[in-house]
Design a binder for this molecule. Structure first.
Ligand code: MN
Length: 466
């Protein structure tokens, strides 16, 4: 880890969550066969004319407002000219001199505030597929023309860890607003990072595939720059690729000044004029943002800040928790069961759940009225997730009611003592943790039904007898 002060700025591309592309009516869908969502507009055929997608503009406005940007009622589309096989038109339609939003900020969980330089709307390119045919590269244009919002920060980030924390906050914020899925592994959030030691030349890091990889890559690059500086070698501006598997950096090319794109105003599109009423509507939206929601969970239910943070990771998760509180009247139980038993069964984004709040509330109620042990409840919850059936149905089929049969517990414990002589001997010699081992085995034999107090008593009794 480098200790020298450093300067980090990020450029983030997020895919706006629209049904259709930015300038044509083709569906946005990545799992479909290649080149099935294409038309003359996104293929750049002669004579085809782009028509802006109003929903994409609205999503961009929502993000810009949450990032406290100045929103410009009039902005301008520009052609960014360059040649690459995934760019059928030979230029990308983007916003350059007059973006839709400038000058915002995002507050992070640690209280720091990172300034946003600008946010602009642009179209995505196609995708090169290197694995599809041996020795050849294929091109899938389904992604060409998909709407993106590019968000550029000021170089306010002072460490790799802070860059990561900012990205977590940005992702949560955009997901709360339903502006983007922000799934890095699916390419709907992509990050480039500019980094330099204080006073030095910046380099640009590419191929950053996860937030953890971003933190590792920045740390490695700062170490490299520090070593160069210590050796008296100046750092030169360059684009650098990070290989997260080997943990290595590769200098790709010296970075050019940026004048090579021959930006020209897009002649096929008028200036983008956003109605004052639309901006007012976006501003009037009262959706709580992640930090406000965490503060609300803390204040309204007395959750610990760490738990409030976990439960506000997505709007859907916070909604799930609050609905479970409403149904059970018990915030503590709702928080504990949601974090312990529901998070593990939800998707990585914590937006889709295999169980409904009403189902969890029913199980919590059954535990409270002692109709179900805690261990039995884990089993029931797992089966609800697998089958979608109700707790009572599952309990009727397989007896999961708490079991307090001491005689049966003794029988099992004697069998365990016989089959695990080494563990028994160690317990006898004072290794207390072996007691929990036997309790665990008893819980397993009872399918989670045995009352843990009965299990502990059986271990003690058999230990004295055998
Ligand atoms: Mn861009």
């Amino acid at each position: 880890m480098t200790s020298a002060p450093c300067v980090i700025g990020l450029e983030i591309h997020v895919q706006l969550k629209t049904r259709t592309k930015l300038f044509c009516g083709d569906t946005v869908a990545f799992d479909d066969p290649p080149n099935t969502h294409v038309c003359p507009v996104c293929l750049g055929l002669p004579g085809a004319l782009p028509v802006p997608n109003a929903h994409a503009v609205e999503l961009a406005l929502r993000a810009a407002h949450a990032l406290r940007c100045s929103i410009h009622p009039v902005s301008c589309f520009t052609r960014k000219n360059y040649f690459y096989p995934d760019l059928p038109k030979g230029y990308q339609i983007t916003q350059f001199e007059e973006p839709i939003a400038t000058g915002g900020e995002l507050r992070c969980a640690d209280g720091s505030s990172i300034r946003i330089r600008r946010a602009h709307i642009e179209e995505d390119a196609g995708k090169l597929l290197h694995e599809r045919f041996a020795g050849k590269t294929a091109i899938d244009m389904n992604r060409a023309g998909v709407p993106l919002l590019e968000i550029v920060t000021e170089p306010d980030l002072e460490s790799p860890a802070q860059a990561r924390a900012f990205l977590v906050q940005l992702k949560r914020t955009l997901q709360y607003l339903d502006v983007s899925d922000c799934e890095m592994e699916k390419g709907s959030l992509r990050v480039d990072a500019n980094v330099s030691l204080a006073g030095g030349q910046p380099t640009e890091l590419k191929n950053l595939n996860s937030f953890a990889a971003i933190e590792r890559a920045l740390t490695a690059e700062l170490t490299r720059q520090k070593q160069l500086a210590d050796a008296g070698t100046p750092v030169t501006r360059a684009t650098i690729s990070w290989n997260d598997v080997s943990g290595t950096l590769r200098v790709l090319r010296a970075k050019e000044a940026g004048g090579e794109y021959r930006y020209v105003a897009e002649p096929d599109l008028p200036r983008l004029v956003v109605d004052a009423a639309v901006i007012a509507e976006v501003a009037a939206d009262q959706t709580m943002l992640p930090l406000e929601r965490a503060a609300h969970l803390h204040a309204a239910y007395g959750l610990k800040p760490g738990d409030a943070d976990v439960l506000s990771a997505s709007r859907q998760l916070a909604d799930f928790f609050e609905e479970t509180v409403r149904l059970t009247g018990d915030a503590h139980a709702a928080a504990m069961w949601t974090m312990r038993d529901v998070l593990g069964t939800s998707n990585a984004l914590q937006t889709k759940f295999a169980i409904a709040p009403a189902q969890l509330a029913e199980v919590i109620g059954l535990v409270k009225e002692d109709a179900l042990s805690v261990a039995g409840a884990h089993v029931v919850l797992r089966r609800i997730c697998e089958t979608g059936r109700s707790a009572r149905d599952i309990m009727r089929e397989s007896d999961l009611s708490p079991m307090r049969d001491a005689a049966q517990a003794d029988v099992w414990m004697r069998e365990l003592a016989a089959s695990h002589p080494a563990e028994l001997e160690r317990l006898r010699n004072g290794e207390e943790k072996l007691s929990e081992f036997f309790v665990g085995q008893l819980m397993r034999l009872s399918n989670g039904r045995l009352d843990p107090r009965v299990a502990r008593a059986a271990v003690t009794r058999v230990l004295q007898d055998v």
